[in-house]
Design a protein around this ligand. Sequence first.
Ligand code: FRU
Length: 275
Amino acid sequence: MRYFRWTAILLCLIGITACRQDTPRFRIGVAQCSDDSWRHKMNDEILREAMFYDGVSVEIRSAGDDNRRQAEDIHYFMDKGMDLLIISANEAAPMTPIVEEAYRKGIPVITVDRKILSDKYTAYIGADNYEIGRAVGNYIASRLKGKGNIVELTGLSGSTPAMERHQGFMAAISHFPEIKLIDKADAAWERGPAEVEMDSMLRRHSKIDAVYAHNDRIAPGAYQAAKKAGREKEMIFVGIDALPGKGNGLELVLDSVLDATFIYPTNGDKVLQLA
Ligand code: FRU
């Protein structure tokens, strides 16, 4: 009899613990714009940090660089009644109305890394892309000793990091009259478009001294195109992100594919703490 009583108490305790895990007190939806190693690192950091908080559950959706899919993801989270949303807007203008809609519904919204064109959100967290652009501009100008032709391959032109990385860069090189930005194209944050755009830039320009790539996927795409044309030694390649790991920015610098890369922190732990 006593044995049965203890078994019953034990089963109850297990039940309570399981119940607490099944019904979180706070549910967070994360609407990521893209699906790449930088995003994966941030997502992993968010999920690990969530484990430090009792009763917090996190669901992450990735829109694969598609504004419509990201709007659907945000609708999905609203329909599910999430308690808070974390959003990295694929492109600022198309994503603004849907983010405003969630905010007006009373859901706290944290925008991360990529901004929207409105102040209808609760908080923003991310690195200073204007400053990064400025630092790259100063670095390339000094590497070229104040004289030379630069081409710029940007991230998706409707996303705020691409806009700010360009503006900061222009501000820096404006102090060097013999440094010229001779061409600029949208490489949509990805290697494939970078290769295509660089290919046509190489045809247009007989002298390129530096390539300013908005991230470390664009930079090796540009390098590949230059290598195919037998011109990769004529210029330096500079990227942004500086991720560790196979095929990422740090390795590309160590392998002398890139001259330099600038750190763009993922900081998923800080994002979750803010949430
Ligand atoms: C990852 C990424 C990074 C870039 C950032 C800008 O999805 O493309 O490579 O630095 O987004 O938002």
